[in-house]
Design a protein around this ligand. Structure first.
Ligand code: XMP
Length: 325
C-alpha cells in the first residue's frame, strides 16, 4: 500500500535532483502513460518541460483539441502542437498491408518527433511514459526472440540516436498505480480511465489503404458509438464504456446498397467492436444490449452521410484479434 501525497513529493524531488535546471522534452500522445508522466514532470519542473504533441491525422474526433485544452489551457504546460496529418497520409498512400502501415506510421512518428525535438536545442532530457510492464516486456523481448503476431508500434519507441538523457519517472509503476497518480495530479478521470488506443490509431482501424475521407467518416461514427457507451448504463449503474475493456469502430472499405426515402444508396460499411478482457491476450465480445446497438446504428446511419450499414463484430480472441488489422 502506498501513500499518494508522499509518493508525489518523493517523485517530484527525485525528478528535480535528476534534471536540475535543464530542459526536458516529452512526446505527449494523449494516452494515459505519457499524460501522467507529463503531469508529474510538470509538477516537478514546470516550464522546463516542453511537450511535443504529434497529430498524425489518425486520431479520434477532437482529440488534438482536447489534448491542447487539458494540458495547454488547463494545466498551462508548454506544448508544441505538430499537425503532421498530411505527411502521414502521404506516406500511407497506396499501402494496404497492416504491418507495412504500422512500420510507416512508426517511422514517420520518429521522423517528425526528431525533427521537432532538434529545434529545441537547449533540451538535455527525453522523458518517456515507460511503465513497469513495458520494462519487463522489453527485457523479455531481448532474451527470447519475440514471437510477434503484430508489431506493436507505440509512441515510446524512439531510437537512442537523439543524444538525450532518458527520464522515465513511471518505470516502477503498474498501470493501476499510474492511473491513481494521474487522478491525484489533477488529470481528468475520463482521460485517465480511457480504453487503450493503439499507437497507429485509426491507421489500423481503416482496413487496407488509409484515405482522408475514410478517416473522417470513421471518426464521426466512432464518436457516436463511444458517446452512447458512455451515456448508457446497465442495471448495476455502470456505463457500458466502463463495462467494456475496449470499444471502437472499424471502417470497412466495402460499399453496400441501402434505401433512403425514395432513393437507393450505395455507401460504406462500419463495424462496431467491443470486448471484455483482463489482459488483452484473450477477449470476449461484449454482450451489449440490443437497444444500445440499435440506437448507435440508427444514429450513425442518420448522422454520418456516406455510411449506410453498421454491423457488430461477435468474434472472440482467439481466433480473431481485438483490432481488425
Ligand atoms: P490485438 O488486436 O493484437 O490487440 O488483439 C491487443 C491490444 O493491443 C492493441 N494494439 C496495439 N497497440 N500499437 C499499439 O500501441 C499497435 O500497433 C497495436 N496493435 C494492437 C490493441 O488495441 C489491443 O488493446
Amino acid at each position: 500500500d502506498w501513500n499518494m501525497p508522499d509518493y508525489i513529493t518523493e517523485a517530484v524531488e527525485k525528478i528535480r535532483a535528476q534534471v536540475g535546471d535543464e530542459e526536458v522534452i516529452l512526446g505527449l500522445s494523449g494516452g494515459v502513460d505519457s499524460s501522467v508522466a507529463a503531469a508529474l514532470i510538470h509538477r516537478a519542473i514546470g516550464d522546463q518541460l516542453i511537450c511535443v504533441f504529434v497529430d498524425n491525422g489518425l486520431l479520434r474526433l477532437n482529440e488534438g483539441a482536447q489534448v491542447m485544452e487539458t494540458f495547454g489551457q488547463n494545466m498551462r504546460m508548454k506544448i508544441v502542437h505538430v499537425d503532421a496529418g498530411d505527411e502521414f497520409l502521404k506516406h500511407l498512400t497506396g499501402v494496404s498491408d497492416p504491418e507495412q502501415k504500422r512500420k510507416i506510421i512508426g517511422r514517420e512518428f520518429v521522423e517528425v518527433f526528431q525533427r521537432e525535438s532538434a529545434k529545441l536545442k537547449s533540451a538535455k532530457w527525453l522523458a518517456q511514459g515507460t511503465i513497469y510492464p513495458d520494462v519487463i516486456e522489453s527485457a523479455g523481448a531481448k532474451t527470447k526472440k519475440a514471437h510477434t503476431i503484430k508489431s506493436h508500434h507505440n509512441v515510446g519507441g524512439l531510437p537512442d540516436t537523439m543524444h538525450l538523457k532518458l527520464l522515465e519517472p513511471l518505470r516502477e509503476l503498474f498501470k493501476d498505480e499510474v492511473r491513481e497518480l494521474g487522478v491525484a495530479l489533477g488529470l481528468p478521470s475520463d482521460m485517465v480511465y480511457r480504453h487503450p488506443f493503439p499507437g497507429p490509431g485509426l491507421g489500423v482501424r481503416i482496413l487496407g489503404e488509409v484515405k482522408r475521407e475514410y478517416a473522417e467518416l470513421l471518426r464521426r461514427a466512432d464518436a457516436i458509438f463511444i458517446e452512447e457507451l458512455r451515456n448508457t448504463r446497465d442495471v448495476s449503474g455502470k456505463t457500458w464504456y466502463e463495462l467494456t475493456s475496449q470499444a471502437f469502430t472499424v471502417f470497412l472499405p466495402v460499399k453496400s446498397v441501402g434505401v433512403m426515402g425514395d432513393g437507393r444508396t450505395y455507401e460504406w460499411v462500419v463495424s462496431l467492436r467491443a470486448v471484455v478482457t483482463s489482459d488483452f491476450m484473450t477477449a470476449h465480445w461484449a454482450h451489449l444490449p440490443y437497444e444500445l446497438l440499435g440506437k448507435v446504428s440508427n444514429r450513425i446511419i442518420n448522422e454520418v452521410r456516406g455510411i449506410n450499414r453498421v454491423v457488430y463484430d461477435i468474434s472472440g480472441k482467439p481466433p480473431a484479434t481485438i483490432e481488425w488489422e
